[in-house]
Structures are given as C-alpha cells and as structure tokens.
Design a protein around this ligand. Structure first.
Ligand SMILES: CC1=C(CCC(=O)O)c2cc3nc(cc4[nH]c(cc5[nH]c(cc1n2)c(C)c5CCC(=O)O)c(CCC(=O)O)c4C)C(CCC(=O)O)=C3C
Ligand SMILES: [Fe+2]
Length: 396
C-alpha cells in the first residue's frame, strides 16, 4: 500500500511508505492490555479500561461476572509472562542482546512504570511490540496514546525514545498458527460428524474478531484510502482470513464468514455485525452440521476467547446441535514467537532483517502511522510512532 507521506513534514528516517530506517534499540517493550489477578482487582480494572468511555453499568456488571467465574483472574497476564519468556529465549537463541520488558495499558505492570524501569536501567531507545495485530483505535492508536501519556506522566518525554513495530495481521508468524489450527479444527469436526454417520456434512469456517463501533472501524488506518468491507479494520480481517484459507487445502470449497463478538457500548451506537451467536443461529437452516471457530482477531486465549467463544459461542453451537471446535490463538506458538522477533529485527541496525514478509496485498503495514490514523475523535492525545508525533521522538 502506498501513502502520501510527502504531504507532511516527516520524521527523519521515514520513507514514503511509512517505513522507518533501522535504529539501534536498547530494549523491547512487550505492551499488552492487562487483566485482573484476583476478585478485588476486577472492578478497579474495569474502571481503568472504561475510563471516560460511556460503557453502561449493566455491561460492566455483566463483564465482571466473566472475570468472577474465573476467580477474578484473567488468563492474559500469565499468557504475557509466557510470551515474554518465549521472546527472551528466541532472542537468546539468535544471540541478540535485547532485554524484553513488559507493560500493560490497564493493569500492573503499567506502561509508565515499565518506561521508568527502562530508563533507570540505562535504556534510551525502546521498540514496542503490542499484543494487537490489526489497525483500529483500540488495537493501535490507543497504545500509541498510552505510550505518549506515560512519557508525559513520568517526565521521560525527550529522554526515552519509543517506536512500535508494524501491525502484523498478515505476517506469516501470525497467520501460520491459524493455518495449522484450521486444518486441525476441520479434522476434529469432520471426525465428530463421521462418528455420527455424516462424514460429508457441510462444515462452516467462522472467523471471529472483536466488534468495534462502526465509526472506529471507518477511522482505522490511513485517511483517504478505500478498503474492502468499508474500513481498514474489516479489510485486514477479510484478507487475513483468505490468506489462512489459501493455505489449508482441506478448507477448499467450505463456506466461511467473518463475524464479531464482545460488543459493548451504548445500544444506540452501531457496532460491526453480525454477532457470532446470531450468525451461528443461521447455520442449521443452510444445512450446515459443523463449525470451526477461528479467533482471528486475537493473539492469546484471554477472557474474550475463553468466555465469549469457549463459554458462550460453543454453548450456542451445542444448543443448535452443531459439531464445533475453537481453534487456538497464536499464543506462544513457535512460528508466532519467531515472527515477533523477525518484526523486531526489521527495525534494528544489528541483526537487521531486510525482508518484510506480508501475506496480503494490504501489507507490509507502515512502521509509522499517518496523521489521524485510527483517530476516533475521543480527544486529542499525544501519540508516539506517528509521522506527526510530538512525543517519544527522543532527545529534544
Ligand atoms: C479491538 C479490540 C480488541 C482486540 C485487540 C487487542 O487484543 O488489543 C480488544 C481486546 C481486549 N479487550 C479486553 C477487555 C475489555 N475490552 C473492553 C471494551 C472494549 N474493547 C474494545 C475493542 C477491543 N478489545 C472496544 C472498542 C471496547 C469498548 C470500550 C473501549 O473503547 O474501551 C472491556 C470493557 C467492558 C466491555 O465493554 O466489554 C474489557 C474488560 C481484553 C482483556 C481480556 C482479558 O482480560 O483476558 C482484550 C485482550
Ligand atoms: Fe476489548
């Protein structure tokens, strides 16, 4: 994809495709959402997530039950500790001396504390890797804003330079675990149908991602570019789903769709549809007997996956008599971990990897966001890693 960066006064070292020239980084910051680690954390965590966001109390109440049912513990922090360890091991295996620090947007360890820790350890330039693969306010810009706010809050703006790796929805390291999962999921569901005496019954492949307000979807990615499905967010998912399917011979001829989950917000604000549970209801009338649910929007098996898919959507399947399975997320899959380290190496001077693989025509996505990229008019906050960034750009 090409964008017109020449219209702006770009940061030094960024080309017209938003690619940043390699730099010598001192550390990697694994940045994630964060989650509660006990019953007493649940409400304070939800308040952090929804700060100033108009999420109805009933929705918070409902979501708190999802966490309460798991002892108030989200799986996401343990998953990020495991991912941090796996990244450290892969860097060590390649002989790359880059420490990995971990910080979250909504729960301890908070990004501001991680930046302080980085600075106190002598690091002056860090590269963030987030646990969000796609482009939208929640998955890209909000990280860039929270990095910016953390730099201002800690007084580290002008002292700590912060960049971020590109959105990696179509990187082979993200796609390949899903390829493996879809092939295995189809085999599981077909075996279940065969055991019921229906070996040739139709199976649907349902790709699921987080619903977002339609306004956020339309604001995703660079301005002035037309995308399939009406937005960069939807286009990235459609193209990635196709990239997965193209690599699973057993999926040839199977019906598939992209559906949405975990809607929140006020009812009068339109969000992306259909909801996964509504979409499942439609399947039996079409003669579909089985479904493979692919959590394409997510990096690990966190609460949105174990509750909204494994608890609710699989329950819907059971009620409808559909044979069903849910494919794993990339998690700490070897290819995913290698892919994230490759993404880091695209940006480093030492151990640089010049090749930037992308399995869809949308990629490789930009290292640096264009002005107003993913901006949803929730107010102007300073952002790092944008071509118009005023914070996180290093010594002033
Ligand atoms: C696109 C997207 C991703 C995928 C990209 C990514 O992975 O980052 C994602 C991930 C996640 N969302 C998560 C949790 C929550 N998201 C909420 C609310 C919201 N998410 C939104 C979008 C996304 N969310 C939006 C537009 C809202 C509305 C309010 C707002 O704009 O903030 C709320 C508030 C209550 C509710 O409304 O549900 C909670 C508790 C967790 C943690 C799970 C765990 O604890 O294991 C994770 C990984
Ligand atoms: Fe969310």
């Amino acid at each position: 994809m090409s964008t017109d960066a020449s219209a702006f006064d770009p940061l030094a070292g960024v080309d017209a495709n938003g690619r940043m020239e390699p730099k010598p980084y001192d550390a990697v910051v694994l940045a994630s959402f964060g989650g509660p680690e006990g019953q007493e954390d649940v409400i304070p965590f939800l308040r952090n997530v929804t700060r100033g966001r108009g999420i109805p109390d009933e929705r918070l109440e409902e979501v708190s039950h999802h966490y309460r049912a798991f002892g108030g513990i989200s799986p996401i922090n343990a998953q990020n500790r495991a991912l941090k360890q796996a990244l450290e091991a892969e860097l060590a295996r390649r002989g790359i001396e880059l420490p990995v620090l971990w910080g979250n947007r909504n729960w301890a360890p908070f990004i501001a504390d991680t930046f302080r820790e980085a600075y106190d350890a002598g690091h002056r330039r860090v590269l963030a890797v987030s646990t969000s693969a796609y482009s939208c306010y929640s998955s890209c810009r909000q990280y860039r804003e929270d990095f910016g706010m953390a730099l201002l809050e800690t007084g580290l703006d002008g002292k700590l330079e912060v960049d971020k790796v590109r959105q990696y929805f179509d990187h082979p390291g993200f796609v390949e675990p899903f390829v493996e999962g879809v092939a295995a999921g189809l085999a599981t569901v077909r075996a279940e149908l065969a055991a019921k005496g229906e070996p040739d019954a139709p199976v649907h492949i349902m790709f699921a991602t987080h619903s977002i307000p339609i306004g956020d979807a339309e604001a995703a990615g660079p301005r002035g570019v037309e995308f399939d499905g009406g937005s960069a967010y939807v286009a990235q998912h459609l193209a990635t789903a196709q990239a997965v399917l193209d690599r699973v011979p057993e999926a040839a001829g199977a019906d598939w769709s992209l559906v949405y989950q975990s809607r929140s917000g006020a009812p009068h604000i339109p969000w992306l549809e259909p909801d996964i549970n509504d979409a499942l209801q439609e399947l039996p009338a079409k003669g579909t007997k089985g479904v493979v649910i692919v959590p394409l929007g997510f990096v690990s098996d966190h609460m949105e996956v174990v509750w909204d898919l494994d608890t609710e959507a699989l329950q819907t399947c059971a009620e409808l008599g559909l044979a069903a399975t849910r494919v794993p997320t990339p998690g700490v899959h070897r290819r995913f971990v290698e892919g994230l380290v490759d993404l880091v190496c695209e940006r480093t001077v030492e151990n640089n990897i010049a090749d930037r693989p992308a399995l869809t025509k949308l990629g490789p996505w930009m290292d640096v966001c264009m002005p107003n990229c993913c901006a949803n008019r929730r107010g102007e906050k300073p952002t790092v890693a944008g071509i118009d960034s005023t914070v996180g750009t290093g010594a002033k």
